[in-house]
Design a protein around this ligand. Sequence first.
Ligand code: SF4
Length: 416
Amino acid sequence: MSAFAFAPQPRHETVGVSVGGVTVGGGAPIVVQSMTNTDTADIDATVAQVAALHKAGSELVRITVDRDESAAAVPKIRERLERLGLDVPLIGDFHYIGHKLLADHPACAEALAKYRINPGNVGFKAKKDKQFAAIIERAIQFDKPVRIGVNWGSLDQELLTRLMDDNQAKGFPLTAEQVMRETIVQSALISAELAEEIGLPRNRIILSAKVSNVQDLIACYAMLSSRSNHALHLGLTEAGMGTKGIVASSASLGILLQQGIGDTIRISLTPEPGGDRTREVQVAQELLQVMGFRQFLPVVAACPGCGRTTSTVFQELAQKIQEDIRRNMPVWREKYPGVEGLKVAVMGCIVNGPGESKHADIGISLPGTGELPAAPVYIDGKKALTLRGTNIAGDFETLVGDYIEKRFGNGQAAAE
Ligand code: SF4
């Protein structure tokens, strides 16, 4: 048998966890989630960003709960979102004083759909188990799930030291890197076991083990997955900005997903100053869609262009079609059931244009340099017509709208 898997491995069986009605694990579709970067105490800004992330496709949104003011804002944010008709589950991200905030702000504890805690900074020495238990007891009291999210940047130092000492006593059978990975995995598993002992059932626990190095991440999640059936949240922490962050996250999460590991994903991109926070949601959706796990929006296949295309018409058309689709999807999703399965092709010249267009539901082969100014359009695999003149791009957009209306609509005009 080939060592290389040409198809995704069966999903690793995990215990499903309901997060405000969205199921994570247990064979449910892989869930997309994201996190705000607003001050949660700023209710207007946080509501606006949660709404933007949710409208972009984030099925769960995490918010920071770092002090009394932000804890007090949480129920108000929940209420405002409900008034906007947005029932996206909110996850509270707690560090250091989560036990106190949840105790002092019961309305916050109730409004959140899940609590995220980090065993590396829930408390130190004698206080650690006590404060961890206090959070778990709140989760039991309010019937909420918890994500036990280990992060190598705030790794449990006592556990790390103990495992380093054990390794030394055994004559260093493991490298320092292997001990670090083992500590990350053990930190998650020991904390999960403790939570279950306190009384939080397994179907209320999600685990994560985030690191910023791709190979470490793959190794940690493979270890975690082989040793437990807890639902797993995948994410490369501190993935970085722009293409670096996208590539590093996609490479690591893609490999794990292909191995059947992972029940929910978050892409931790650093936005450029003033950049769009919803980009992390787009990347998460596109990763799941290109790998064939989920379908969120129509695919636009476009050739990369080459020396046969001296005009930018096809680049502009491909970009415009892509943007139109993303902009219209919130409406289309309701109005045109199944539209997310649509495939559009925008090709630059006759070399691959007709072939690729025939494989799409609707495709256009634009004229390359030296070709006649005519653009054949293929619908459902057959040449349907040829566009000519100066408004080929506009005419094609109209045809795409008509096609969507005819195939997925109910006799209404296409959404603009
Ligand atoms: S379809 Fe034509 S323009 Fe596009 S990459 Fe291929 S040869 Fe170049």
